[in-house]
Every structure is written in C-alpha cells, then in structure tokens.
Design a protein around this ligand. Structure first.
Ligand SMILES: [Zn+2]
Ligand SMILES: [Zn+2]
Length: 88
C-alpha cells in the first residue's frame, strides 16, 4: 500500500460505515471493504467503510452475499461507493 492509498483509506474510514449512514444510524466505526468489479479486478480506490456487522456479520455484505445484501437494504455496493466518494 502506498502513501496515497493510505491517505485515501484513512479518509474513507473517518466517514464511518456507509450502510449505517444510509440507514440513518449515524457515524459508526468501520472497516475497509474492497469492492470487486466485473472480472474480479481489485482497484485500490474501490473501497467503502462498513462496520464489523455490516461487513463480516450475518447481516453484512460477506454474510449475505452481494445479492442478499442488495435485496435486504435496497442499495448496492456501487451506490454506497458513489455516496462515499461524494462525501470525501
Ligand atoms: Zn454499519
Ligand atoms: Zn469486505
């Protein structure tokens, strides 16, 4: 991870969990979640903040899977990413 990435990640982390924010829970402590695009390519800028539950928990993106997450919350990773980036 280079300096720019570190800075970027730190800013994303400061915003808190993007889903909690979307749900109106306010700013909660978060982890960095990498969004994979078609082809499975991992791009450094494609990250969002998710709290431990919404990240790795049963109601989180890894627990529910992408489709389950989307239908449960009515929002997808890409939209959360757009919202996150607009708040930087
Ligand atoms: Zn959350
Ligand atoms: Zn993740």
């Amino acid at each position: 991870m280079n300096k720019e990435e570190k800075k970027h990640y730190a800013k994303i982390a400061q915003l808190g969990c993007s889903l909690c924010r979307h749900l109106g829970y306010g700013t909660t402590e978060c982890e960095i979640h990498h969004i994979r695009r078609f082809g499975g390519k991992r791009e450094n800028a494609e990250v969002i903040g998710l709290c431990p539950e919404h990240h790795r928990g049963n109601t989180g993106v890894h627990g529910l899977g992408r489709k389950g997450f989307e239908s449960r919350y009515g929002i997808d990773e890409q939209t959360l990413l757009n919202q996150t980036l607009s708040q930087l």
